[in-house]
Design a protein around this ligand. Structure first.
Ligand SMILES: Nc1nc2c(c(=O)[nH]1)N[C@H]1C(S)=C(S)[C@@H](COP(=O)(O)O)O[C@H]1N2
Ligand SMILES: [Mo]
Length: 400
């Protein structure tokens, strides 16, 4: 168990900025502004932008995304519950069972590593609430800017192989996960998440024990976490200690009340039928999105010389078909060049060189489209939790 004292010591080692009050980013504040005041290093991490302290919620600064693979020590950190034990590799056990499993069993970390064929996938882990702090009108929750996401190469056992050993019964409906964390003194319900059986049996869904060739960092779920490529990170259970095959829908707070989106508002293809309600449904796939990384609001650029507009795009795994860039606020668009393809669940880098012909203001926008033909929205699709914000960015430059 990581004591509060050790935790605070680690934080105090980071920087004096922990004394500053949190700055709430309003819709008008551009990405990057004011964040430097909030930079703070958790033990084992480089400085990240602190959004909340206990439980720890830290996002990656914009320059993290110059790289397609997010380094482990710069990967964002999001926890719901305040008590996060430090689990030693040798002490960890994964219980696999539930009412729809014939043969419940337990695994050690060595067994998970050695007794199942390893699989690897590059996949984006993005919080459902990424960009929530940009929502206008404002919505409650962690005030994320654009960096509650990361892209890593995950290695682990396929969840379907683990479930096969447990003898999944035909009436299995959902697979539920629990982690080692718990609510401390407060009465926050335990963080339990489930996914439909069909998604659990997808060959890309993993019980991952490596991230970018290393053991997972403590803050990102050591010793093992669930990886659900294409779906938002709420299902990517960290420090997973139990996997249960259920014959009925998981009914806990984090499924029944949280992480839901209004029905019919978003272009989602993956349904989670056993959890659908009258008016809302669990969030599932990420929507297609992009991030401009090479320029910032108000930047001065030289007339007649090249400015590189570069960024990343991603979606739920259909693959990025195109990224277009506008320098005139969306009146005209030019196709950007897509860089190396690292797999359909990965960030995809893109760039376009732009030469401003004359002095003045240029409003740069980027618009990614996936292979389903789904694209980013011009205006925010408002929802009470601020999920799925894929509004095209607008960055004003001045050519001089
Ligand atoms: N055990 C546990 N796993 C968890 C969570 C949590 O609070 N506890 N939060 C989930 C959510 S909502 C997100 S966005 C991701 C964040 O993953 P990261 O901290 O590795 O970036 O973890 C997911 N897995
Ligand atoms: Mo999240």
């Amino acid at each position: 168990m990581l004591s509060r004292r050790v935790f605070l010591q680690g934080l105090a080692g980071g920087s004096a900025s922990m004394m500053l009050p949190g700055i709430v980013r309003g819709a008008q504040i551009p990405a990057g502004a004011a964040d430097s005041a909030l930079m703070l290093a958790l033990p084992g991490k480089k400085p990240l932008i602190k959004r909340a302290f206990r439980p720890p919620n830290f996002e990656s600064p914009l320059d993290t995304f110059d790289q397609i693979i997010t380094p482990n020590d710069r990967f964002f950190v999001r926890w719901h519950l305040a008590s996060i034990p430090r689990i030693a590799a040798g002490d960890w056990r994964l219980r696999v069972g539930g009412g729809a499993a014939e043969k419940p069993f337990e695994l050690t970390l060595d067994q998970l590593r050695q007794e199942f064929e390893p699989a690897e996938i590059v996949a984006v882990c993005q919080c459902s609430g990424n960009r929530r702090g940009l929502s206008d009108p404002h919505v409650p929750g962690v005030e994320w800017s654009v960096g509650a996401m990361g892209n890593a190469r995950w290695k682990g056992a396929r969840l379907k192989d683990v479930l096969a050993r447990a003898g999944l019964r035909a009436d299995a409906l959902e697979i539920a996960f629990n982690g080692g964390d718990s609510g401390a003194i407060d009465k926050t319900p335990d963080f339990i998440k489930s996914i439909p059986v069909w998604k659990a049996l997808d060959e890309n869904t993993l019980v991952a024990y490596e991230m970018n060739g290393e053991p997972l960092p403590h803050w990102n779920g050591f010793p093992a976490r669930i990886v659900v490529p294409g779906w938002t990170a709420t299902y990517w259970m960290k420090q997973v200690i139990s996997i249960e095959a259920l014959t009925k829908p998981e009914s806990g707070f984090w499924m029944s009340a949280a992480y839901r989106v209004p029905k019919g508002k978003f272009p989602l293809i993956d349904r989670f039928v056993s959890q659908e309600g009258e008016s809302n449904t669990p969030i599932t796939e990420m929507v297609v999105n992009s991030l401009i990384t090479s320029i910032h609001e108000g930047q001065r650029i030289p007339v007649g010389k090249e400015t590189l507009v570069r960024g990343i795009a991603w979606d739920a795994g259909y693959g990025i078909r195109s990224v277009e860039v506008s320098v005139d606020g969306g009146n005209t668009w030019q196709e950007a060049l897509l860089e190396q393809d690292m797999g359909r669940y990965s960030f995809r880098a893109w760039h376009l060189a732009f030469v401003p012909p004359r002095a003045g203001k240029y409003l740069v926008m980027a618009r990614a489209t996936n292979r389903q033909g789904s694209t980013q929205t011009f205006d925010l699709i408002f929802n009470p939790a601020g999920y799925h914000n894929n509004v095209m960015e607008r960055i004003a430059l001045e050519a001089v």
